[in-house]
Design a protein around this ligand. Structure first.
Ligand code: GDP
Length: 455
């Protein structure tokens, strides 16, 4: 960032628009002087105790702008770890904007996006994982995503990376000792310890950078209802959404009511797609739709193959069901109301051994079980707030893992331990990019560019 860290910066920290309160935030060495210039306390005093709220008036060019509250935060006990102030105005576009103008006139500079958080980072109050968590918490669209972000904001990821770095440092020290004191250190023992250490580190890094978990938590779970036309896919989609009564959004298709719906299950976002895709066709246009559906099936967490219980299953349908990867496949026999409790007569041995659900989109029978199946995947993913690195961090963690895996193979293959130091140092340097203790300026710029002004 080109702008000087010594400037005192200011921005509106609340969304622009009508609201009860609008906050103008100030940070930097001149914060107190600026507060004194723009804020007239009701008691006319101007000695501000840190973290105390005072009542008074914002003034600009000799005119009262608003009746407001103000707080001064003395360094280092503030968001940025610098002297800071916040003025709580009445919400609405005019007073908040005029308050900011008054603050800027009194000597502050308009803050860049993310500059407050960047200062907290540059001043060493938070590491890069916590800075990123600030943004992801603001952007979280599900409870699960918010929980993961809050864990990182509270230092969960920072502690994890710091422990990983420490373990690498110990291993490096052990290698040095073995090289420097060959008579005193038993190299066989050192090798065994190194292998154990690398294994433990690999498994924790791999777990924290699991792409499926990250995608499910941050982007949500994808469920596909696949099947031939008229088996009742869109009716089922509607039945599921109605049952939960928690529709976040739905999208109208050209030929059907809803082809996509999102809801929250067990605190996670779940998007359900009603799609074709379990049918062969000679029609080129339809084939495009089916290809798209197949791509969606590939990315899905759960695929419900929907079949019509009231009619036989065609060979084509059967073949298509078989083509869905087992671990995500579930089968639904819909329209059970038409067979009056004769579910037992359906020959299920023609299908892979996966859970089978019997539903009626008309009567609602079995819909609860289908939702419970989705909830199962959601709960299993959430894993009680396990550590989940974000995309940038996970990619770096995977690079570090790749180096460690190779080092492990070499060590197991009987290579000498000396060159291992280079590998471990490389892994350590990657971990330093995760928490920002050694990250490139451009990477840091890119991260903070995503923030809004005032954060
Ligand atoms: P899609 O083409 O697979 O999406 O199927 P639709 O949901 O459009 O349903 C096709 C037809 O089957 C419609 O007339 C629905 O009313 C009917 N239908 C869907 N589900 C059921 C069900 O469980 N029982 C009965 N009796 N009819 C159903």
């Amino acid at each position: 960032m080109s702008d000087s860290m010594s400037d005192t910066i200011a921005a509106i920290a609340t969304p622009i628009g009508t609201g009860a309160i609008g906050i103008v935030r100030v940070s930097g060495a001149d914060s107190l002087a600026i507060l004194r210039r723009v804020f007239r306390r009701e008691d006319r005093a101007d000695d501000y105790a840190s973290h105390m709220m005072y009542f008074g008036f914002v003034t600009h060019e000799g005119e009262r702008v608003d009746e407001a509250l103000a707080v001064f935060f003395r360094a280092p006990k503030s968001y940025t770890a610098e002297d800071s102030a916040e003025i709580y105005c009445h919400g609405g576009t005019v007073t908040v904007r005029r308050t900011l103008e008054a603050v800027l006139k009194a000597g502050a500079r308009a803050a860049e996006p993310g500059e407050f958080t960047r200062r907290a980072f540059e001043n060493g109050r938070i590491d890069l994982t916590r800075a990123e968590a600030t943004l992801s918490l603001i952007e979280a669209t599900s409870e699960a995503a918010a929980r993961v972000s809050l864990n990182a904001l509270s230092g969960g990821s920072a502690r994890f990376i710091s422990a990983a770095k420490e373990s690498l440092s110990h291993m490096l020290a052990a290698i040095d000792a073995a090289i420097d004191f060959p008579d005193e250190v038993d190299e066989t023992l050192t090798r065994a310890e190194l292998l154990l250490g690398i294994d433990a580190l690999l498994s924790s890094l791999e777990k924290a950078s699991d792409e499926t978990v990250r995608r499910r938590v941050t982007e949500g779970i994808t469920v596909v209802l696949a099947g031939a036309p008229n088996v009742g896919k869109s009716s089922l989609l509607n039945a599921i959404l109605n049952e939960e009564r928690a529709i976040v959004h739905d999208k109208a298709g050209t030929t059907r009511d809803i082809i996509e719906g999102s809801l929250q299950i067990a605190g996670m976002s779940v998007t359900i797609y009603d799609t074709a895709g379990l049918r062969n066709t000679a029609d080129a246009v339809e084939q495009i739709g089916i290809d798209r559906a197949l791509a969606r099936i590939e990315r899905a967490d759960i695929v419900f193959a929907v079949l019509d219980a009231s009619r036989g299953v065609s060979d084509d349908e059967q073949e298509r069901v078989q083509s869905v990867p087992r671990n995500k496949l579930r089968i639904i026999f819909n329209k059970t109301d038409l067979i009056n409790g004769r579910e037992n007569s359906i020959l299920t041995d023609k299908f892979p051994p996966v859970p089978i659900y019997y539903t009626s989109a008309v009567s609602g029978a079995g819909i609860g079980e289908v939702i419970a199946a989705i909830r199962g995947v959601a709960e299993q993913t959430d894993g009680g707030g396990a550590l989940v690195l974000n995309a940038r961090q996970a990619e770096l963690a995977r690079s570090a893992s790749a180096i460690l895996r190779e080092a492990k193979t070499n060590l197991e293959g009987g290579d000498p331990i000396d060159p291992l130091s280079t590998d471990l140092m490389a892994a350590l340097s990657i971990l330093c990019q995760i928490d920002g203790s050694d990250a490139k300026e451009t990477v840091i710029d890119d991260i903070f560019r995503l923030f809004c002004v005032g954060k």
